[in-house]
Design a protein. Structure first.
Length: 251
């Protein structure tokens, strides 16, 4: 992890992170950007917020968004071409956000994953119930050479009922990616409380926007302009800047 600024130097944007590693900006393949124009507008706003590198992460969820690496990489090329045409100064790569259901294990076994740098795999689960094979899946990822990264751990209702489960996940080698907007109360006070507790306990490894739409962009802009919000980030260390290398494709 990196200490990127002092407590007295409160950031005014997110340039200290350099890289956003959780977003939904490939149009039409999940619940994020609907059109290419939507994608361009959101990417331009992330650029103005100080990001220099985006690793966008479409959902892979068998029942709703059965995206394949080919689907994602094909969409990525269209977005890259449009960004270059608009001369938006930002680098764009893609990985995926994998839902840990019964369809996830075969993807791991056959190495059909799109990863973040460092062979990291961004995973999520139901906000209400733990997957029956949660710890087995995390262990198998690591035996296959992957580093699991749990997306927005602060949003899982069943975990906040027993905070010791967060410690168990960390003991299993899982990195935590916190959503920036959780700190503002965007997802409600209980989520904000857990986000702040995770930060206080130095359990957060990475920050992400989880950008889906214009409301997220507007809320992130409001956060960046709020010194009380940004001051919270000045007390902690995050590893985003270390992920500025190219995304690894495991096909």
């Amino acid at each position: 992890m990196f200490q990127l600024f002092s407590k007295k130097n409160i950031p005014s944007d997110f340039s200290f992170l350099h890289t956003d590693l959780h977003s939904h900006l490939i149009p039409g393949i999940d619940d994020g950007a609907k059109t290419l124009e939507d994608s361009l507008q959101l990417i331009a706003r992330l650029s103005k917020l100080g990001y220099r590198h985006i690793i966008t992460t479409p959902h892979v969820m068998a029942d709703l968004y059965p995206n394949t690496p080919d689907d994602i990489l094909s969409g990525l090329e269209k977005v890259r071409a449009a960004v270059a045409n608009k001369k938006i100064d930002i680098e764009i790569d893609a990985a995926a956000e994998y839902f840990m259901d019964e369809h996830f294990a075969p993807l791991v076994e056959h190495d059909q994953l799109l990863t973040l740098p460092g062979n990291r795999v961004l995973v999520e689960m139901s906000t209400l119930n733990s997957p029956p094979n949660l710890f087995n899946d995390l262990f198998r990822l690591q035996t296959k050479g992957y580093q699991p990264v749990l997306a927005h751990p602060e949003r899982y209702v069943f975990l906040k009922e027993d905070f010791r489960q967060y410690t168990r996940l960390k003991d299993y080698g899982c990195e935590f990616q916190l959503n920036l907007l959780s700190i503002t109360g965007y997802y409600g006070k209980p989520v904000r409380d857990i986000a702040l507790k995770l930060l206080k306990n130095k359990m957060v490894d990475l920050l992400g926007t989880d950008m889906h739409h214009e409301r997220h962009a507007a809320s992130l802009e409001a956060m960046a302009a709020d010194k009380s919000m940004m001051k919270i980030l000045a007390d902690y260390e995050f590893a985003n800047a270390a992920l500025s290398e190219k995304v690894e494709e495991i096909l």
